[in-house]
Design a protein around this ligand. Structure first.
Ligand SMILES: *[C@@H]1O[C@H](CO)[C@@H](O)[C@H](O)[C@H]1NC(C)=O
Ligand SMILES: *[C@@H]1O[C@H](CO)[C@@H](O)[C@H](O)[C@H]1NC(C)=O
Ligand SMILES: *[C@@H]1O[C@H](CO)[C@@H](O)[C@H](O)[C@H]1NC(C)=O
Ligand SMILES: *[C@@H]1O[C@H](CO)[C@@H](O)[C@H](O)[C@H]1NC(C)=O
Length: 312
């Protein structure tokens, strides 16, 4: 009796053991077959987005494999909770997401069958910048995707002031940039103009405002460009400012006025020379007349005195 019970217990134990071994073997085979099948592939370059954009973080199974039945986890290891999106069999587990991604992330349900498990993020925020992990637990495979978030905005340029007859100060300002941009001034031929230091302010929204002033001379041609650019996000905005020619002329004294002293000097000089010549001629004439009078006191006619003066 006791022997029979022991025998039964042993059989049950044996059955369980067989089942477990079978399960383990099946799981092992499954994992290994999956490992041989597909990899999780992301982009090589960071994804660059501007604030407010809707963007896609690419992630694909390669070779293509239907991902509809698989779990997909998009996460940011630096967050707690770390999930940006959690999908099981095509169902989005919204409650498991980090609150800042609520209702902003999704997969492309129609694309899952093509192994496309790319993440869509709507209305990108500055705080979305970071490293994302696209993970498929059944394949035990993941890839990382870098997201760079930027902000860019147009600039305004105007004439700040006039400092002399041929120089004006221009000012350019641009608000709403991220990361910090650089500001350049260019003349009509595209040459860099040297300007004062760029003033940078960072607002409570973490966005930067830059402004700069440049002194422009008339010779620089009057089509000046203010360019604000950010290399990481490949963003650039330009404003052209046309300084009217008459802007310089209005504030300049008329150009012939500067020559006037010279003309006066020339005229005075000529007059002095003329007066000197006349004075010398008069003295010579006077002397000759006196000489003729002494030489020919008997000749009274004016004509003869004249001939005498010319011939002496
Ligand atoms: C994945 O799906 C998205 C949305 O339809 C698409 O933009 C993207 O090109 C797809 N990726 C691939 C590799 O087909
Ligand atoms: C010109 O620049 C000065 C700073 O140097 C600033 O205080 C002033 O408001 C500017 N004026 C205009 C018209 O932009
Ligand atoms: C000024 O120069 C820029 C290029 O530097 C050009 O695109 C723009 O048309 C020019 N504007 C005028 C009024 O000449
Ligand atoms: C940067 O932008 C310009 C035009 O906006 C484009 O031609 C160029 O390919 C872009 N470069 C990169 C690296 O994205």
């Amino acid at each position: 009796m006791l022997c029979v019970r022991a025998g039964r217990a042993f059989m049950v134990l044996f059955d369980r053991c067989i089942i477990q071994v079978f399960h383990a073997a099946a799981l092992f085979a499954l994992i290994h077959s999956c490992r041989g099948q597909s990899e999780v592939i992301g982009p090589l370059q960071p994804v660059v987005a501007l604030i407010g954009d809707d963007i896609i973080l690419p992630c694909n199974l390669d070779p293509v494999m239907d991902a509809f039945g698989l779990a997909v986890e998009w996460a940011r290891p630096d967050l707690d909770p770390r999930f940006v999106l959690l999908s099981r069999h095509g169902v989005d587990l919204e409650s498991k997401k980090h609150p800042s991604y609520t209702s902003r992330t999704s997969l492309f349900t129609d694309e899952l069958k093509n192994g496309n498990i790319s993440l869509k993020i709507s209305k990108v925020k500055l705080s979305d910048e970071g490293t994302y992990r696209c993970f498929v637990p059944e394949l035990d495979r993941y890839t990382t995707v870098q997201l760079v978030v930027g902000a860019a905005s147009s600039s305004a340029a105007w004439i700040n002031s006039t400092i002399s007859s041929s120089r004006v100060v221009l000012q350019c300002e641009s608000a709403g940039w991220y990361p910090e941009p650089e500001l350049l001034w260019l003349d009509g031929e595209g040459n860099l103009l040297s300007a004062g230091p760029t003033e940078t302010l960072r607002g409570p929204d973490d966005l930067y405002t830059v402004s700069s002033r440049v002194t422009v001379e008339k010779r620089h041609s009057n089509n000046i460009t203010c360019r604000v650019q950010q290399r990481n996000t490949n963003q650039s905005r330009e404003t052209h400012i046309h300084v009217p020619d008459d802007f310089f002329i209005v504030i300049s004294p008329p150009s012939n006025q500067t020559n006037d002293p010279n003309i006066i000097a020339v005229v005075i000089g000529a007059l002095v020379v003329l007066i000197l010549i006349l004075a010398v001629s008069f003295v010579v004439w006077k002397k000759r007349r006196a000489k003729c009078n002494s030489m020919c006191p008997f000749l009274l006619s004016k004509v003869n005195i004249y001939h005498c003066i010319v011939s002496v």
